[in-house]
Design a protein around this ligand. Structure first.
Ligand code: SAM
Ligand code: SF4
Length: 338
């Protein structure tokens, strides 16, 4: 894929062009992954969520200002009712050439029935989150998920011609004995694999520090058994990629706790209620739902977007601190979108 380094109308105070938008289309999810949500979640009242029409207007406004890559996330994007109508509608920006990539991050539970529709809408690649290939462990991590269903979804997506990247959150004492197996499995199926460090986002039931696993340690361990060849493949995001010589597969490491990616950050995020966060790790935000609902035209919306980008901060400030009981950022990943 071509690197997303496009020039856009959206330039922040540090000269970074914002060309990548992530949109959370719902805060709801059919899973309750232990690092992401509490067992009992209170979701937002439906009236607070942007409607599918509002989401379309919002995404289209960003595309009109030069955003080239759009990722739908959540919550679980594919549990939102009629989500395929939004995805199909957004496909028009791919056909016009305004948008380079339309993609989504999903837990895969609903993929089997949507894979073909996604491909028909112009989606070419997706990220599927999968933290374990062991059915019982998978059920424990997700609290409600069934591995079989996700594997069927992945098979359907492959059959529909979608490229797939598997995202696995690295959890000490939970799945740290599985990375070899996942590397082999992804290699065999031709899937990319990315390991993600846990981030201190949102209140969850447990203690995060207990399962925090620095990827530098994972990488050192993997290098005893695999030949990891550095690669200059970049997406403008926090991942660093290597090629696994033995499988030919690509392996990414996302280390959000380190500051190594803020300088090249080209992305912003919108929540399912229309709040624009200029940085995943900072609280500063701009309301876009107000301008969306204030008039049928998009002038107010465009102005609000431009104003917000003009104050995108330089970087974030995550810490996982054993003495700190509060998360560094109070909102859940399922609100901002991963
Ligand atoms: N439900 C979809 C899924 O799981 O792919 C999309 C939303 S989910 C919030 C997006 C990504 O964020 C997933 O890959 C998930 O593993 C990751 N994630 C959630 N909470 C996290 C945390 N506290 N630290 C690191 N990654 C997290
Ligand atoms: Fe749901 Fe994704 Fe969060 Fe898991 S990580 S609870 S699948 S939103």
């Amino acid at each position: 894929m071509a690197p997303v380094l496009n020039r856009t109308n959206l330039v922040d105070p540090f000269g970074r062009h914002v060309s990548y938008l992530r949109v959370s289309v719902t805060d709801r999810c059919d899973f309750r992954c232990v690092y992401c949500m509490a067992e009992e979640m209170t979701f937002l009242p439906k009236a607070e969520l942007l409607t599918l029409e509002e989401l379309d207007r919002l995404c289209s406004a960003f595309v009109a200002q030069g955003v080239r890559k759009l990722r739908l996330t959540g919550g679980e994007p594919l549990v939102r009712r009629n989500i395929m109508s939004l995805i199909t509608s957004l496909g028009r920006h791919l056909r016009s050439g305004a948008l380079e990539e339309l993609t989504l991050t999903t837990n895969g539970s609903q993929l089997a029935r949507h894979a073909e529709g996604l491909a028909a809408a112009g989606v070419r690649r997706i990220n599927v989150s999968l933290d374990s290939l062991d059915p019982e462990r998978f059920a424990r991590i997700t609290r409600r998920g069934q591995l079989d269903q996700v594997l069927q979804g992945i098979a359907a997506a492959r059959a529909a011609g979608l490229a797939i990247k598997i995202n696995a959150v690295a959890l000490a004492g939970v799945n740290d004995d599985e990375y070899d197996r996942m590397i082999r499995w992804c290699g065999e199926l031709g899937l990319d694999l990315t390991l993600i460090e846990t981030m201190p986002l949102g209140d969850i039931d447990g203690d995060r520090t207990e399962h925090y696993l620095p990827l530098s340690r994972v990488r050192r361990d993997l290098e005893r058994r695999w030949t990891l060849v550095d690669s200059d493949y970049r997406t403008g995001g926090p991942a660093r990629y290597v090629r696994v010589a033995e499988t030919g597969g690509r392996l990414g490491f996302i280390t959000p706790m380190t500051h190594n990616f803020c300088e090249s950050c080209n992305r912003v995020r919108v929540t399912c209620t229309g709040t624009l966060y200029m940085c995943l790790g900072q609280e500063d935000a701009a309301d876009l739902r107000g301008p969306l609902r204030a008039s049928a035209g998009d002038e107010l919306l465009h102005a609000a977007i431009r104003e917000a980008i003009a104050r995108k901060p330089k970087g974030h400030d995550f810490i996982i601190d054993r003495h700190q009981t509060r998360p560094a950022v109070a909102r859940h990943m399922s609100v901002t979108g991963g």
